[in-house]
Design a protein around this ligand. Sequence first.
Ligand code: DAH
Length: 345
Amino acid sequence: MLIDKIEALKGQLAELTASNAEELENLRIKYLSKKGEMAALFNEFKTVSADQKRELGQRLNELKTIATEKINALKETIGTQQKEANKIDITRPSFPAQLGTRHPISVVRKQIIDIFSRQGFTLADGPEVEDDWHVFSALNFAADHPARDMQDTFFVEQDKDDVARNIVLRSHTSSVQVRTMETQKPPIRIICPGRVYRNEAITARAHCFFHQIEGLYIDKGVTFADLRQVLLNFAQELFGSETKIRLRPSYFPFTEPSAEMDVSCMLCGGEGCGFCKHTGWVEILGCGMVDPNVLEASGIDSKVYSGYAFGLGIERITNLKYMVKDLRMFSENDVRFLDEFKSAH
Ligand code: DAH
């Protein structure tokens, strides 16, 4: 009977749900399209007897309104749900971004620069590809000095007959001393951080490139005592105020007298332990009074001016501060190693 079908459909319509536009469209087709259930009932309506037409016609029209309203209502709900979903919440915290870290060499370089800056040193710079003059000759290296050998230095151009024509990758940052003395008048008080190259096999303890910081102070009346005090301040700022230093006589072509500086072992405080080979001391840098020949080679009057210089390896200091045992770690860019310096900034 048509009346039962109308009631049944009314019941169905009340229960309808759709969770997305596609489901809704299927419902619309099922109930309201030309071949849908409503259309079927209207077809059937044609066959009912004249006395029932009025009542059933009314009910059918009511049902059609209910069906249309239901579909429209569902459409609206899906629409607002969709809108909500599309809304971008700009207040939502982003996914935690992987923060990079400073390279340990950069961390320690900055610490060292900061310490010397506070003592009046300014930064100087020079090229990594250098001529023989700035790396060797002006620094009082003899023509047959072993550093001039292919085994120790990388040559960009080598002239066997005339060393003055050699072009090398600088093997130390002392070359910047010469560059600075050539272009500035005393007083000069500079430090020069930079990369240097040596013809070494790469092992845990040696590398073909590493980093140094060179220091130079030239003025009237500069003495070894000044050098000692600046280096003591440096060591105590870097390794702690209890740190002691000692200067051992040494030799460099460009300084006279020359010394190597040790600091009291940062692990045992000088008592003696495995780290300092039971001496209580670890070596950290080379230094000395600038040789008069070096001053004169760069046009500075050695009768009027004197000065001191020092040079240290940043990798060496980093090893001592952070106990890095293998030099290769510094250039492999293994993030597991680099991440360990997150808190060192
Ligand atoms: N240039 C030296 C080296 O590479 C380090 C050095 C020692 C620099 C003594 C200096 C110095 O300025 O006075 O081993």
